[in-house]
Design a protein around this ligand. Structure first.
Ligand code: KIV
Length: 281
């Protein structure tokens, strides 16, 4: 079999080797068309459990299921050639036992073709990370604000302020020692994210963290201005697609009501051309 023309996909060891080098570009995707848009620009594409809030209108990520993650990950996989595809393990799919975590991660990888999974949690989940990586499942960790623990935190608050900084630092060190190939640092104070990045040997991927991180991630719908339910301070909106879409839908509604749409160029002529061999226009 020839390898000519085959794009070599980025692997977890490639990401691990990028520590301290050019920042890693990461975005979420939940559908094939968005995966096609982001693949060429990203090192990592994450099918995040944020899909529950962003696409399904759920109030939190807590009711996202493994089946939902598998369906979206399959769609994203079809739009990807180059970036590393990482898929979130949803709440309740990995915390109960090492065996449960392996069974569900293996199913996610087998059914979707993703090359790695992401788990939320620090020191408490380190043993699971060690168990999975030893059995062929690369793990990206996620510490700081872990949205699946929103009820424990009492909201989507910055984590690791003041004396609490040590807890987050120990979490990051624990997941790194357990074998995670990278770690997301979400919503932690900038000096803490900088310190963790300097002190742990795996790439840190920041979201509401620090420009010093080894990479950055955003929810794609947030940076495109498509998700308006909240506007976190850490999101930079690169375009307001939601506003553009709303104006386009309003214009369409007006055109329909005023009979300006469809116009002559949007309708078909008589059948004569088809009968005489020409294509009906
Ligand atoms: O679910 C998600 O999209 C995430 C990223 C924001 C890191 O976990």
């Amino acid at each position: 079999m020839s390898a000519v023309g085959v794009v070599k996909a980025i692997t977890p060891p490639n990401i691990r080797a990028r520590k301290g080098s050019t920042p890693l570009v990461c975005l979420t995707a939940y559908t094939t068309p968005v995966a096609r848009l982001v693949d060429g620009h990203c090192d990592i594409v994450l099918v995040g459990d944020s899909v529950g809030m962003v696409l399904h209108g759920l109030p939190s990520t807590l009711s996202v299921t493994l089946d939902m993650m598998i369906m979206h990950a399959k769609a994203v996989r079809r739009g990807m050639e180059r970036a590393l595809l990482v898929v979130d393990m949803p709440f309740g799919s990995y915390e109960e036992s090492l065996e449960q975590a392996f069974r569900n991660s293996a199913r996610l990888m087998a059914e979707t073709g993703c090359a790695a999974v992401k788990l939320e949690g620090g020191a408490t989940i380190a043993e699971t990370i060690r168990f999975l990586t030893a059995r062929g499942i690369p793990v990206m960790a996620h510490v700081g604000l872990t949205p699946q623990a929103v009820n424990v935190f009492g909201g989507y608050r910055v984590q690791g302020r003041g004396e609490d900084a040590d807890r987050i630092w120990r979490d990051a060190l624990a997941v790194s020692e357990a074998g995670a190939f990278s770690v997301v640092l979400e919503k932690v104070p900038e000096p803490l994210a900088r310190r963790i990045t300097e002190e742990i040997p795996i790439p840190t991927i920041g979201i509401g963290a620090s420009a010093a991180c080894d990479g950055q991630i955003l929810v794609v719908d947030d940076m495109l201005g498509l998700f308006g339910d909240f506007r976190p301070k850490f999101v930079k909106r690169y375009v307001e697609l939601g506003e553009a879409a709303s104006a386009a839908i309003e214009a369409y509604a007006c055109d329909v009501k005023e009979r300006r749409f469809p116009a002559a160029e949007h309708v078909f002529g008589d059948e004569l051309k088809a009968i005489t061999g020409g294509e009906a226009t």
